[in-house]
Design a protein around this ligand. Sequence first.
Ligand code: NAP
Ligand code: ZN
Length: 351
Amino acid sequence: MTMNTLGFAAHSSSDALTPYRFERRDPRPDDVVIEILYCGVCHSDLHQVRNDWGGSIYPIVPGHEIIGRVVSVGPDVTRFKQGDHVGVGCMVDSCQHCTACESGLEQYCEETPTYTYNSIDRHDGMHTFGGYSEKIIVSDKFVLKIPDGMDLKGAAPLLCAGITTWSPLRHWNIGKGSKVAVIGLGGLGHMALKLAKALGADVTLFTRSPGKGQDAHRLGADTVVLSTEKAQMEAVKGQFKLIIDTVPSVHDLNPYMPTLALDGTLVLVGFLGGIEPLLSTVPLIMARKSVAGSVIGGIAETQEMLDFCGKYEITSDIEIIRIQDINAAYERLLKSDVKYRFVIDMTSLKE
Ligand code: NAP
Ligand code: ZN
């Protein structure tokens, strides 16, 4: 007996999202059945709906910033009970036995994690469908606890935008006084500012948008640099231990390299693909700089980030939308017109 579920899906790379009924699996003994309350809208949803990365499996029900309430749990589940507020991010399973999984790095599972949507369940071969829907069924190992009292709407984006920026901040040991920069003030960028600031860093934003300065300061930036202005770029030469680059499309990295300090790292989290124009190795070699990449974060690390956000009262700045407005929200994302994350109120599905 499977569970009939209503969601919104894209049926091809050129289609708008429309209502779609599909089957969720029969819950397994380790499963948590979750009624979805809110789901954030990540730029990755748009990339996958439009097949920017290739290999999209249609129909796609996107959504990997999920906040919900536990409806029921299987007999093997001990950490959750009916009524708990929980989160689900970008992964719903992984092999659980490779070196990466055993080190709490499920996002780098050597057999590839099972993603929340646009993936194939490793046990029953069913297509996975994400959070733009009424409910989801997830193995307890991949369900996160939402700290008591946290605003649920603003918590949704922590499940992807939050952890994707937290993980490199932690990996590169950012703390009190570290000089960090963030490229792009969107969903990921605004979480990076908040988290880096709360970790005690001195934070700079690189943006192309002159109108975002005031918000950037409010969100945690000590300095705002218009990346299109040569003099402003020159003024921050040799400063940063870490730059988190959240830009979603191909862009020139060369102008940012001189702003890294000796041994500094520019970590790409946004664009997947070839770097164009060519990246000069001169600044890398002459000051032992690195260009790196990072994807989301492990499950334990995601819980650590949520608990940190609970303690420091950090959530995302959001604009609530109805599911019926999702296609318009995608068009606004493409124009960088979002402050700073759209979150779908899932009660709108019933309209
Ligand atoms: P978003 O909300 O659309 O924000 C992206 C920001 O980048 C924009 O607000 C804009 O900021 C800047 N930008 C956009 N186009 C640009 C261009 N052509 N050149 C320079 N800057 C540009 O997107 P998001 O949800 O934060 O996601 C960002 C990227 O990260 C997406 O590609 C997404 O797929 C990826 N992602 C990766 C992971 C991971 O695990 N690695 C996880 C989630 C998302 P300004 O106006 O300030 O310039
Ligand atoms: Zn995402």
